[in-house]
Design a protein around this ligand. Structure first.
Ligand code: FAD
Length: 381
Protein backbone atom coordinates (compact mmCIF):
# COMPACT_ATOMS: atom_id res chain seq x y z
CA UNK A 1 0.00 0.00 0.00
CA UNK A 2 1.23 3.47 -0.88
CA UNK A 3 1.73 5.51 2.26
CA UNK A 4 3.81 8.15 0.50
CA UNK A 5 2.33 11.46 1.51
CA UNK A 6 3.33 14.33 -0.77
CA UNK A 7 5.21 17.41 0.46
CA UNK A 8 2.08 19.48 0.86
CA UNK A 9 0.44 16.78 3.00
CA UNK A 10 3.61 16.40 5.08
CA UNK A 11 3.69 20.18 5.62
CA UNK A 12 0.09 20.01 6.83
CA UNK A 13 1.07 17.18 9.21
CA UNK A 14 4.00 19.23 10.57
CA UNK A 15 1.74 22.27 10.89
CA UNK A 16 -0.69 20.31 13.07
CA UNK A 17 2.12 19.06 15.32
CA UNK A 18 3.45 22.62 15.69
CA UNK A 19 -0.04 23.94 16.40
CA UNK A 20 -0.55 21.32 19.13
CA UNK A 21 2.79 22.00 20.78
CA UNK A 22 2.62 25.80 20.58
CA UNK A 23 -1.06 26.65 20.87
CA UNK A 24 -2.54 23.94 23.09
CA UNK A 25 -0.97 24.86 26.39
CA UNK A 26 -3.67 23.60 28.77
CA UNK A 27 -2.65 21.54 31.80
CA UNK A 28 -3.99 18.14 30.73
CA UNK A 29 -3.18 16.51 34.08
CA UNK A 30 -5.22 19.07 36.04
CA UNK A 31 -8.17 18.93 33.64
CA UNK A 32 -8.06 15.12 33.66
CA UNK A 33 -8.11 15.12 37.47
CA UNK A 34 -11.21 17.34 37.49
CA UNK A 35 -12.93 15.84 34.42
CA UNK A 36 -12.87 19.27 32.83
CA UNK A 37 -13.39 20.09 29.15
CA UNK A 38 -10.71 22.43 27.71
CA UNK A 39 -13.02 25.06 26.20
CA UNK A 40 -10.27 27.43 25.11
CA UNK A 41 -8.31 24.63 23.46
CA UNK A 42 -11.49 23.60 21.64
CA UNK A 43 -11.88 27.14 20.30
CA UNK A 44 -8.20 27.17 19.25
CA UNK A 45 -8.79 23.91 17.35
CA UNK A 46 -11.83 25.44 15.63
CA UNK A 47 -9.85 28.59 14.76
CA UNK A 48 -7.05 26.39 13.38
CA UNK A 49 -9.66 24.73 11.15
CA UNK A 50 -9.80 21.18 12.52
CA UNK A 51 -13.60 21.09 12.49
CA UNK A 52 -13.68 22.03 8.81
CA UNK A 53 -11.18 19.52 7.46
CA UNK A 54 -13.79 17.25 5.94
CA UNK A 55 -16.52 19.82 5.28
CA UNK A 56 -17.15 20.87 1.65
CA UNK A 57 -15.77 24.25 0.55
CA UNK A 58 -19.26 25.68 -0.06
CA UNK A 59 -19.94 25.28 3.67
CA UNK A 60 -16.62 26.88 4.60
CA UNK A 61 -14.47 23.75 4.99
CA UNK A 62 -11.37 22.31 3.37
CA UNK A 63 -12.97 19.20 1.87
CA UNK A 64 -9.91 17.05 2.53
CA UNK A 65 -10.19 13.35 1.67
CA UNK A 66 -10.78 11.09 4.68
CA UNK A 67 -7.26 9.62 4.44
CA UNK A 68 -5.73 13.10 4.78
CA UNK A 69 -8.00 13.92 7.72
CA UNK A 70 -6.86 10.66 9.33
CA UNK A 71 -3.23 11.65 8.71
CA UNK A 72 -3.82 15.06 10.31
CA UNK A 73 -5.60 13.47 13.27
CA UNK A 74 -2.61 11.13 13.60
CA UNK A 75 -0.49 14.31 13.82
CA UNK A 76 -2.90 15.62 16.47
CA UNK A 77 -2.55 12.43 18.52
CA UNK A 78 1.21 12.75 18.28
CA UNK A 79 1.48 16.47 19.05
CA UNK A 80 -1.21 16.75 21.73
CA UNK A 81 -1.05 14.74 24.95
CA UNK A 82 -4.75 15.33 25.57
CA UNK A 83 -6.23 12.09 24.18
CA UNK A 84 -9.65 13.18 25.46
CA UNK A 85 -9.55 16.31 23.29
CA UNK A 86 -8.49 14.25 20.24
CA UNK A 87 -11.39 11.85 20.91
CA UNK A 88 -13.82 14.75 21.38
CA UNK A 89 -12.79 16.24 18.02
CA UNK A 90 -13.14 12.79 16.43
CA UNK A 91 -16.72 12.47 17.67
CA UNK A 92 -17.58 15.70 15.82
CA UNK A 93 -15.72 14.81 12.62
CA UNK A 94 -16.98 11.25 12.36
CA UNK A 95 -19.96 10.76 14.70
CA UNK A 96 -21.78 14.02 13.94
CA UNK A 97 -20.49 15.57 10.70
CA UNK A 98 -20.56 12.23 8.85
CA UNK A 99 -24.30 11.99 9.49
CA UNK A 100 -25.01 15.63 8.67
CA UNK A 101 -22.92 15.76 5.50
CA UNK A 102 -24.25 12.48 4.13
CA UNK A 103 -27.93 12.73 5.10
CA UNK A 104 -28.62 16.40 5.95
CA UNK A 105 -30.71 18.58 3.62
CA UNK A 106 -29.61 22.10 2.67
CA UNK A 107 -31.47 23.73 5.53
CA UNK A 108 -30.02 21.32 8.12
CA UNK A 109 -26.47 21.73 6.78
CA UNK A 110 -26.76 25.54 6.89
CA UNK A 111 -28.21 25.43 10.39
CA UNK A 112 -25.49 23.30 12.00
CA UNK A 113 -22.30 22.94 9.96
CA UNK A 114 -20.95 26.53 9.76
CA UNK A 115 -21.52 26.95 13.52
CA UNK A 116 -19.60 23.71 14.18
CA UNK A 117 -16.70 24.98 12.08
CA UNK A 118 -16.55 28.20 14.10
CA UNK A 119 -16.55 26.26 17.38
CA UNK A 120 -19.92 27.78 18.32
CA UNK A 121 -21.96 24.58 18.03
CA UNK A 122 -21.15 21.16 19.46
CA UNK A 123 -23.17 18.10 18.51
CA UNK A 124 -23.78 14.82 20.32
CA UNK A 125 -24.47 11.44 18.77
CA UNK A 126 -27.17 9.98 20.99
CA UNK A 127 -27.83 6.30 20.26
CA UNK A 128 -26.92 4.37 23.40
CA UNK A 129 -29.48 3.49 26.08
CA UNK A 130 -29.52 1.32 29.19
CA UNK A 131 -31.63 -1.19 27.24
CA UNK A 132 -29.37 -1.43 24.20
CA UNK A 133 -25.55 -0.89 24.20
CA UNK A 134 -24.02 -3.72 22.18
CA UNK A 135 -27.53 -4.65 21.04
CA UNK A 136 -27.67 -1.23 19.43
CA UNK A 137 -31.13 -1.41 17.84
CA UNK A 138 -32.85 -2.49 21.07
CA UNK A 139 -33.41 1.18 21.93
CA UNK A 140 -36.65 2.14 23.66
CA UNK A 141 -36.80 5.86 22.91
CA UNK A 142 -39.90 6.60 20.86
CA UNK A 143 -40.87 9.35 18.43
CA UNK A 144 -44.62 9.55 17.99
CA UNK A 145 -46.12 11.64 15.20
CA UNK A 146 -48.39 14.44 16.44
CA UNK A 147 -49.68 16.63 13.60
CA UNK A 148 -46.63 18.03 11.84
CA UNK A 149 -44.42 17.28 14.86
CA UNK A 150 -42.93 14.30 16.67
CA UNK A 151 -42.97 13.78 20.43
CA UNK A 152 -39.75 12.18 21.68
CA UNK A 153 -39.59 10.18 24.92
CA UNK A 154 -36.69 8.20 26.33
CA UNK A 155 -33.24 8.43 27.85
CA UNK A 156 -29.85 8.27 26.15
CA UNK A 157 -26.84 7.25 28.23
CA UNK A 158 -23.02 7.43 28.03
CA UNK A 159 -23.28 10.12 25.36
CA UNK A 160 -20.13 12.12 24.62
CA UNK A 161 -20.83 15.85 24.98
CA UNK A 162 -24.32 15.25 26.41
CA UNK A 163 -23.79 17.80 29.22
CA UNK A 164 -22.81 20.67 26.94
CA UNK A 165 -23.94 19.81 23.41
CA UNK A 166 -25.95 22.43 21.53
CA UNK A 167 -27.79 19.77 19.58
CA UNK A 168 -28.00 15.99 19.45
CA UNK A 169 -28.53 13.44 16.73
CA UNK A 170 -31.18 11.31 18.42
CA UNK A 171 -32.16 7.83 17.27
CA UNK A 172 -35.75 6.91 18.18
CA UNK A 173 -38.38 4.35 17.23
CA UNK A 174 -41.07 5.72 14.94
CA UNK A 175 -42.42 2.19 14.32
CA UNK A 176 -41.65 0.14 17.47
CA UNK A 177 -42.87 -3.13 15.91
CA UNK A 178 -40.60 -2.85 12.85
CA UNK A 179 -37.36 -3.73 14.63
CA UNK A 180 -34.31 -1.93 13.31
CA UNK A 181 -36.30 -0.68 10.29
CA UNK A 182 -38.56 1.25 12.66
CA UNK A 183 -35.81 3.61 13.82
CA UNK A 184 -35.60 7.21 12.62
CA UNK A 185 -33.08 9.96 13.30
CA UNK A 186 -33.75 13.49 14.53
CA UNK A 187 -31.68 16.64 14.97
CA UNK A 188 -32.77 17.99 18.35
CA UNK A 189 -31.64 21.35 19.71
CA UNK A 190 -30.63 21.25 23.36
CA UNK A 191 -32.86 24.22 24.20
CA UNK A 192 -36.01 22.41 23.01
CA UNK A 193 -38.53 22.10 25.86
CA UNK A 194 -38.50 18.48 27.13
CA UNK A 195 -34.77 18.00 26.40
CA UNK A 196 -32.70 17.78 29.58
CA UNK A 197 -28.96 17.14 29.70
CA UNK A 198 -27.50 15.55 32.83
CA UNK A 199 -24.53 16.74 34.80
CA UNK A 200 -21.28 15.14 33.56
CA UNK A 201 -20.71 11.48 34.48
CA UNK A 202 -17.19 10.55 35.64
CA UNK A 203 -15.23 8.20 33.37
CA UNK A 204 -12.05 6.18 33.92
CA UNK A 205 -10.20 7.83 31.03
CA UNK A 206 -10.63 10.36 28.22
CA UNK A 207 -11.76 12.60 31.05
CA UNK A 208 -11.30 15.92 29.28
CA UNK A 209 -14.30 15.10 27.10
CA UNK A 210 -17.67 15.39 28.86
CA UNK A 211 -20.13 12.46 29.03
CA UNK A 212 -23.65 12.12 30.31
CA UNK A 213 -27.30 11.38 29.68
CA UNK A 214 -30.00 13.08 27.62
CA UNK A 215 -33.54 12.83 28.94
CA UNK A 216 -36.37 13.36 26.45
CA UNK A 217 -39.79 13.99 27.98
CA UNK A 218 -42.52 14.87 25.51
CA UNK A 219 -39.82 16.69 23.59
CA UNK A 220 -41.64 18.20 20.60
CA UNK A 221 -39.66 18.54 17.39
CA UNK A 222 -40.93 19.50 13.91
CA UNK A 223 -40.91 16.76 11.26
CA UNK A 224 -38.38 18.93 9.38
CA UNK A 225 -35.85 17.99 12.08
CA UNK A 226 -35.76 14.39 10.81
CA UNK A 227 -32.39 13.46 9.35
CA UNK A 228 -32.82 11.26 6.29
CA UNK A 229 -36.03 9.36 5.70
CA UNK A 230 -38.48 7.79 8.13
CA UNK A 231 -37.13 4.36 9.13
CA UNK A 232 -33.60 5.12 7.87
CA UNK A 233 -32.11 5.31 11.39
CA UNK A 234 -30.42 1.90 11.30
CA UNK A 235 -28.83 2.64 7.92
CA UNK A 236 -27.66 6.05 9.12
CA UNK A 237 -26.24 4.52 12.30
CA UNK A 238 -24.48 1.78 10.30
CA UNK A 239 -23.03 4.32 7.89
CA UNK A 240 -21.67 6.47 10.74
CA UNK A 241 -20.21 3.43 12.49
CA UNK A 242 -18.41 2.16 9.39
CA UNK A 243 -16.55 5.50 9.20
CA UNK A 244 -16.22 6.23 12.90
CA UNK A 245 -14.87 2.81 13.91
CA UNK A 246 -11.64 3.22 12.01
CA UNK A 247 -11.26 6.98 11.76
CA UNK A 248 -11.96 8.06 15.32
CA UNK A 249 -8.93 5.96 16.29
CA UNK A 250 -6.48 7.72 13.93
CA UNK A 251 -5.00 9.78 16.81
CA UNK A 252 -4.03 6.43 18.40
CA UNK A 253 -1.32 6.00 15.79
CA UNK A 254 0.15 9.38 16.76
CA UNK A 255 -0.20 8.55 20.46
CA UNK A 256 1.69 5.27 19.91
CA UNK A 257 4.47 7.19 18.16
CA UNK A 258 4.60 9.69 21.05
CA UNK A 259 4.75 6.92 23.66
CA UNK A 260 7.44 5.09 21.67
CA UNK A 261 9.61 8.21 21.49
CA UNK A 262 9.09 9.00 25.20
CA UNK A 263 9.94 5.43 26.17
CA UNK A 264 12.97 5.32 23.90
CA UNK A 265 14.36 8.55 25.37
CA UNK A 266 13.76 7.26 28.89
CA UNK A 267 15.36 3.87 28.12
CA UNK A 268 18.50 5.60 26.81
CA UNK A 269 18.80 8.02 29.70
CA UNK A 270 17.79 5.98 32.74
CA UNK A 271 20.71 3.95 34.12
CA UNK A 272 20.43 0.91 36.33
CA UNK A 273 23.28 -1.49 37.12
CA UNK A 274 25.69 0.91 35.36
CA UNK A 275 23.95 0.73 31.98
CA UNK A 276 20.96 2.40 30.31
CA UNK A 277 17.86 0.29 30.95
CA UNK A 278 17.44 0.01 27.15
CA UNK A 279 20.40 -2.35 27.19
CA UNK A 280 18.30 -4.83 29.18
CA UNK A 281 16.59 -7.15 26.76
CA UNK A 282 13.31 -6.97 28.68
CA UNK A 283 13.09 -3.22 27.99
CA UNK A 284 14.52 -3.37 24.46
CA UNK A 285 11.99 -6.01 23.41
CA UNK A 286 9.11 -4.01 24.83
CA UNK A 287 10.26 -1.08 22.72
CA UNK A 288 10.65 -3.29 19.64
CA UNK A 289 7.06 -4.47 20.14
CA UNK A 290 5.88 -0.85 20.45
CA UNK A 291 7.46 -0.13 17.08
CA UNK A 292 5.90 -3.25 15.55
CA UNK A 293 2.43 -2.30 16.79
CA UNK A 294 2.82 1.28 15.57
CA UNK A 295 3.77 0.29 12.02
CA UNK A 296 1.18 -2.47 11.61
CA UNK A 297 -1.61 -0.34 13.11
CA UNK A 298 -0.75 2.48 10.71
CA UNK A 299 -0.93 0.12 7.70
CA UNK A 300 -4.29 -1.29 8.73
CA UNK A 301 -5.78 2.14 9.43
CA UNK A 302 -4.87 3.71 6.09
CA UNK A 303 -5.71 0.57 4.13
CA UNK A 304 -9.23 0.67 5.60
CA UNK A 305 -9.68 4.41 5.21
CA UNK A 306 -8.57 4.44 1.58
CA UNK A 307 -10.87 1.54 0.69
CA UNK A 308 -13.77 3.37 2.35
CA UNK A 309 -13.12 6.68 0.67
CA UNK A 310 -13.03 4.89 -2.67
CA UNK A 311 -16.68 4.11 -2.07
CA UNK A 312 -16.93 0.66 -0.54
CA UNK A 313 -18.15 0.45 3.07
CA UNK A 314 -15.33 -1.64 4.50
CA UNK A 315 -17.11 -3.41 7.37
CA UNK A 316 -14.31 -5.95 7.74
CA UNK A 317 -11.56 -3.32 7.68
CA UNK A 318 -13.28 -1.02 10.15
CA UNK A 319 -13.93 -3.89 12.59
CA UNK A 320 -10.31 -5.07 12.26
CA UNK A 321 -9.00 -1.52 12.72
CA UNK A 322 -11.24 -0.87 15.71
CA UNK A 323 -9.94 -3.94 17.53
CA UNK A 324 -6.35 -3.65 16.46
CA UNK A 325 -5.77 0.06 17.09
CA UNK A 326 -7.49 0.05 20.48
CA UNK A 327 -5.69 -3.10 21.66
CA UNK A 328 -2.32 -1.89 20.28
CA UNK A 329 -2.61 1.44 22.09
CA UNK A 330 -3.66 -0.31 25.30
CA UNK A 331 -0.64 -2.64 25.18
CA UNK A 332 1.71 0.18 24.16
CA UNK A 333 0.48 2.36 27.04
CA UNK A 334 0.94 -0.60 29.42
CA UNK A 335 4.49 -1.10 28.12
CA UNK A 336 5.21 2.63 28.50
CA UNK A 337 4.16 2.43 32.18
CA UNK A 338 6.37 -0.63 32.70
CA UNK A 339 9.39 0.98 31.01
CA UNK A 340 9.03 4.12 33.14
CA UNK A 341 8.76 2.05 36.34
CA UNK A 342 7.48 4.06 39.33
CA UNK A 343 7.50 7.25 37.26
CA UNK A 344 5.15 5.57 34.82
CA UNK A 345 2.71 4.95 37.64
CA UNK A 346 2.93 8.53 38.95
CA UNK A 347 -0.10 10.51 37.87
CA UNK A 348 1.99 13.66 37.63
CA UNK A 349 4.20 12.17 34.88
CA UNK A 350 1.15 11.70 32.63
CA UNK A 351 2.18 8.25 31.33
CA UNK A 352 -0.51 6.27 33.17
CA UNK A 353 -3.21 8.56 31.75
CA UNK A 354 -2.61 7.05 28.29
CA UNK A 355 -3.46 3.61 29.63
CA UNK A 356 -6.74 4.81 31.13
CA UNK A 357 -7.55 6.66 27.91
CA UNK A 358 -6.72 3.69 25.67
CA UNK A 359 -9.21 1.37 27.35
CA UNK A 360 -12.12 3.63 26.35
CA UNK A 361 -11.50 2.76 22.71
CA UNK A 362 -12.04 -0.93 23.41
CA UNK A 363 -15.62 0.01 24.41
CA UNK A 364 -16.96 3.05 22.49
CA UNK A 365 -18.30 2.66 18.92
CA UNK A 366 -18.93 -1.03 19.63
CA UNK A 367 -16.80 -3.13 21.99
CA UNK A 368 -13.95 -5.29 20.74
CA UNK A 369 -16.12 -8.36 21.45
CA UNK A 370 -18.79 -7.01 19.13
CA UNK A 371 -16.16 -6.26 16.45
CA UNK A 372 -14.95 -9.88 16.70
CA UNK A 373 -18.58 -10.98 16.21
CA UNK A 374 -18.74 -8.85 13.04
CA UNK A 375 -15.50 -10.34 11.69
CA UNK A 376 -16.67 -13.88 12.44
CA UNK A 377 -20.02 -13.18 10.74
CA UNK A 378 -18.30 -11.74 7.66
CA UNK A 379 -16.16 -14.90 7.56
CA UNK A 380 -19.36 -16.92 7.38
CA UNK A 381 -19.49 -18.19 10.98
C1 FAD B 1 -15.78 6.79 26.23
C2 FAD B 1 -17.13 6.40 25.73
C3 FAD B 1 -17.83 7.28 24.89
C4 FAD B 1 -19.10 6.94 24.41
N1 FAD B 1 -19.77 7.84 23.64
C5 FAD B 1 -20.99 7.53 23.14
C6 FAD B 1 -21.73 8.46 22.34
O1 FAD B 1 -21.26 9.55 22.06
N2 FAD B 1 -22.96 8.09 21.89
C7 FAD B 1 -23.52 6.87 22.19
O2 FAD B 1 -24.63 6.61 21.74
N3 FAD B 1 -22.86 5.98 22.97
C8 FAD B 1 -21.62 6.28 23.46
N4 FAD B 1 -20.95 5.38 24.25
C9 FAD B 1 -21.61 4.14 24.62
C10 FAD B 1 -21.01 2.91 23.91
O3 FAD B 1 -21.45 2.89 22.56
C11 FAD B 1 -21.45 1.65 24.67
O4 FAD B 1 -20.87 1.72 25.96
C12 FAD B 1 -20.97 0.37 23.96
O5 FAD B 1 -21.64 0.19 22.73
C13 FAD B 1 -21.18 -0.88 24.83
O6 FAD B 1 -22.48 -0.95 25.32
P1 FAD B 1 -22.74 -1.20 26.90
O7 FAD B 1 -21.92 -0.19 27.63
O8 FAD B 1 -24.20 -1.18 27.12
O9 FAD B 1 -22.15 -2.62 27.19
P2 FAD B 1 -22.93 -4.01 27.04
O10 FAD B 1 -23.58 -4.08 25.71
O11 FAD B 1 -23.80 -4.20 28.23
O12 FAD B 1 -21.75 -5.05 27.10
C14 FAD B 1 -21.20 -5.51 28.32
C15 FAD B 1 -20.14 -6.57 28.00
O13 FAD B 1 -20.76 -7.66 27.31
C16 FAD B 1 -20.13 -7.88 26.05
N5 FAD B 1 -21.14 -8.25 25.06
C17 FAD B 1 -22.38 -7.71 24.91
N6 FAD B 1 -23.03 -8.31 23.89
C18 FAD B 1 -22.17 -9.22 23.37
C19 FAD B 1 -22.25 -10.13 22.29
N7 FAD B 1 -23.33 -10.22 21.51
N8 FAD B 1 -21.16 -10.92 22.03
C20 FAD B 1 -20.04 -10.83 22.81
N9 FAD B 1 -19.92 -9.99 23.85
C21 FAD B 1 -20.98 -9.18 24.11
C22 FAD B 1 -19.49 -6.54 25.70
O14 FAD B 1 -18.41 -6.69 24.78
C23 FAD B 1 -19.04 -6.05 27.07
O15 FAD B 1 -17.82 -6.67 27.40
C24 FAD B 1 -19.68 5.69 24.76
C25 FAD B 1 -18.96 4.81 25.60
C26 FAD B 1 -17.72 5.15 26.07
C27 FAD B 1 -16.97 4.20 26.97
Amino acid sequence: MDLDWNNEERDLYDGVVTFCKESLQHDVGALDANSEFPKEAWQSCADFGVLGWRVPAELGGKDYPASLVAFLMEAFGYGCEDNGLAFALGTQLWGVQTALLQFGNEEQLEKYVPGMLRGELIGAHAMNEDSSGSDAFAIETTAVADGDDFLLNGEKTLVTFAPNADFAIVFAKTAPDAGQWGISTFLVDADTPGYTASEPDEMMGLRTAPYGRVLLEDCRVPSSSMLGKTGAGASIFGFIQSWERSLVLAPHVGAMQRLLEQSLAFARERKRGGAPIGKHQAIAHRIADMKLRLETARLLLYDTVRKQQDGAADMMGSALSKIYLSECLTQTALDAVAIHGGDGYLTEAGIERNLRDAIGATIYSGTTDVQRNIIARLLGL
